[in-house]
Ligand binder design. Structure first.
Ligand code: PHE
Length: 344
């Protein structure tokens, strides 16, 4: 049995020497020194040894056990150190590698134009009134002096919904009715608001027209509002938006909800009115529709048109942005192409 013990000792040490990872070291410990390990089994069979030999065998067995335990500890320490070194080597961070560029987001060009508009109209005493995108036919058309079958309805191809008479607004003008009814207190209070928002038209998408686009409406209602107020307000706006000295031109036009109606051109801010390819060599850029609020519309808003008057205007922020930056195609606006958006 002593021979067995010695050979177990030698074999254990040799095996231990060959182990290079902590998992097999753990296994080794179970196999030799564990509760059912080989050394433990050997000691349990000590009964087979002559009585007089037992003390010396026991002493030697304990020495072997201690030696193996110590050798295991030592080998474990070596292997762990080795493993740590490998880890550090493999997981090394190359601090000389250049970092990845973080992209900083920006505001959409339409948002920027809206913010310019809000600031300017805010300075001029206008408040923002948010109307709805989903409208009823009556507010979008009829109350704006376009009864069913009115030919002007054809100018605005409409998105209908499956709900009868519920449509996507084709312009921000129905907000005039909602603002007058909500803020006017039965036609007793003056109003000075802008109405920004998305509009929808069932049109062919081209470089010039999209099925959805923003508009910004303006509405002023008061006791003595005259066309000179409209002209002065628009002229003041044009100077703030496009630069001091920017000229404006009013052309007679037609909208069912204003009378008289005018389209407004500003002096081309790219060529200073001399003529260029953006203003098509006319020196003028059309930027908005406007007019004095039609008496029928005032009435539909709850006002007595013999006592109250007002003016309204509507403009397209995308169009203004196109002109300002010389963008050739309106489809870029909602294409979500970062190469386009990054330029602003
Ligand atoms: N709603 C008109 C359009 O979409 C613009 C407009 C607004 C004209 C207010 C006059 C007054 O073309």
């Amino acid at each position: 049995m002593l021979e067995q013990l010695e050979s177990l000792y030698g074999q254990g040490l040799a095996e231990l020497e060959a182990l290079t990872d902590s998992a097999s070291l753990h296994e080794w410990h179970i196999r030799y020194l564990g509760k059912k390990g080989e050394l433990t089994l050997l000691l349990r069979n000590m009964g087979g040894i002559p009585k007089e030999d037992r003390p010396s065998f026991g002493k030697r067995a304990n020495e072997v056990k201690e030696a193996l335990t110590a050798a295991h500890l030592e080998r474990t320490a070596q292997v762990e150190e080795q493993e740590l070194a490998t880890d550090l080597q493999e997981g090394q961070i190359d601090i000389t590698l250049p970092g990845r560029q973080q992209k900083v987001g920006g505001l959409h060009p339409s948002t920027r134009t809206f913010r310019d508009l809000f600031r300017i109209w805010g300075e001029m005493g206008f408040q923002i009134y948010r109307s709805r995108d989903v409208e009823d036919d009556e507010t979008n058309f009829t109350l704006l002096n376009m009864p069913p079958h009115h030919p002007a309805r054809d100018m605005q191809d409409t998105f209908y919904t499956t709900e009868p008479n519920i449509i996507m607004r084709t312009h921000t003008s129905p907000g005039q009715i909602r603002a007058m009814r909500e803020l006017g207190e039965n036609g007793t209070r003056p109003i000075r608001v802008i109405l920004p928002g998305m509009c929808y038209r069932f049109e062919q998408i081209t470089a010039r027209s999209e099925v959805q686009f923003h508009q910004m409406e303006g509405l002023v209602v008061g006791r003595n509002i005259r066309m000179s107020d409209l002209k002065g307000t628009i002229a003041a706006f044009a100077e703030r938006m496009f630069g001091v000295g920017t000229g404006v031109r009013f052309r007679a036009s037609y909208f069912p909800f204003t009378e008289p109606s005018m389209e407004v051109d500003i002096e081309c801010f790219l060529c200073g009115g001399k003529g260029c390819n953006v203003c098509k060599y006319s020196g003028w850029l059309e930027i908005l529709g406007s007019g004095m609020v039609h008496p029928t519309v005032l009435q539909n808003g709850g006002y007595d048109p013999t006592q109250w008057s007002g003016f309204a205007f509507g403009m397209g922020p995308e169009r203004i942005t196109l002109l300002k930056h010389g963008i050739r195609d309106i489809r870029y606006f909602w294409s979500n192409d970062a190469r386009f958006l990054d330029q602003f």
